[in-house]
Design a protein around this ligand. Structure first.
Ligand SMILES: [Zn+2]
Length: 225
C-alpha cells in the first residue's frame, strides 16, 4: 500500500509544470537571455565598437558643385547613464570618416567646438529639449553631435527639430556610417530602400543618390556659415 502511494506521488511530480523538459528549457533560456541583457554582455556580441583600423572606399563626388561648409559642434558625453568611452583617436576617426561620406554631395563640415561634457541626466532620449538646456555650447544654428555610450539598443538618433543627433559607442554597423546616416536626417533626408545607401536602415551602405545629395545640399545651405 505504501509503495503504491509513493508511485502515484512520483507520477504526479513528473507531470508537474516545471518537470516537463520543454518547459525547463524555456525557463532556462529566458533566464540566460535576461542575464545577458542585464549584464551588458549583449553589447559585446551584437553591438561592437568600430576599430579605428577599419577602412572603406568612399564614393567619388556625384557632380561638380560648389562646396558647402556646415558648422558642427561635437560633444563627447561623460557621466551616467550615457557615458562614452571613446578616446581621442576614436572620436577623430568617426568624425573624419562620417564627414567624408558627404563629399559625394560636396558638403563638408567644420568643427567649431569639440569637447567632452559632463552631464548626469537621463532625459537625453525622452526629453531631449530639456537635456539640451543643460548644454552651454549647444547652438541650433549648427549640427550638434553627441557621442554617447549606450542608446538603449539603438545605433543612433536624430532630433531634426533641435539640430541634434547622437551616436552610441556600441553599434551594429560602422559608427561613422551611423553618424552620416543621422546627419542625413538633419539634412532633411528620409530612409532609402537601397541597401547601398547611407540612408538605408541597418546596413553598411555609404552611398547617396543624386536626388538625396541635392536635397541634402539645399538644407546644408541653411546651415552654411
Ligand atoms: Zn534613420
Amino acid at each position: 500500500m505504501t509503495d503504491h502511494t509513493e508511485e502515484i506521488e512520483e507520477i504526479q511530480e513528473e507531470g508537474g509544470i516545471l518537470k516537463s523538459y520543454p518547459t525547463k528549457l524555456l525557463f532556462a533560456t529566458l533566464l540566460i537571455v535576461s542575464l545577458i541583457y542585464l549584464s551588458g554582455i549583449r553589447d559585446y556580441f551584437f553591438y561592437q565598437r568600430t576599430p579605428t583600423s577599419v577602412n572603406i572606399e568612399f564614393p567619388d563626388a556625384l557632380f561638380e558643385a560648389e562646396e558647402i561648409v556646415v558648422p558642427v559642434t561635437v560633444f563627447v558625453l561623460k557621466g551616467e547613464p550615457f557615458h562614452s568611452k571613446r578616446n581621442r583617436e576614436e572620436v577623430e576617426h568617426i568624425l573624419e570618416n562620417g564627414f567624408r561620406i558627404f563629399e559625394q554631395a560636396n558638403i563638408s563640415f567644420e568643427i567649431v567646438d569639440n569637447s567632452s561634457i559632463y552631464i548626469e541626466n537621463d532625459s537625453f532620449l525622452y526629453d531631449h529639449r530639456s537635456f539640451l538646456s543643460e548644454v552651454k555650447s549647444y547652438d541650433s544654428s549648427r549640427i550638434n553631435i553627441f557621442l554617447v555610450g549606450n542608446l538603449r539598443g539603438i545605433n543612433g538618433i536624430a532630433f531634426p527639430g533641435l539640430s541634434s543627433l547622437a551616436v552610441a559607442d556600441y553599434v551594429t554597423s560602422h559608427d561613422y556610417r551611423v553618424l552620416a546616416h543621422e546627419i542625413g536626417h538633419l539634412l532633411g533626408l528620409g530612409h532609402s530602400s537601397d541597401p547601398h545607401s547611407v540612408m538605408y536602415q541597418g546596413s553598411y551602405g555609404v552611398r547617396l543618390s543624386t536626388e538625396k545629395a541635392l536635397r541634402a545640399r539645399e538644407r546644408a545651405k541653411e546651415y552654411e556659415i
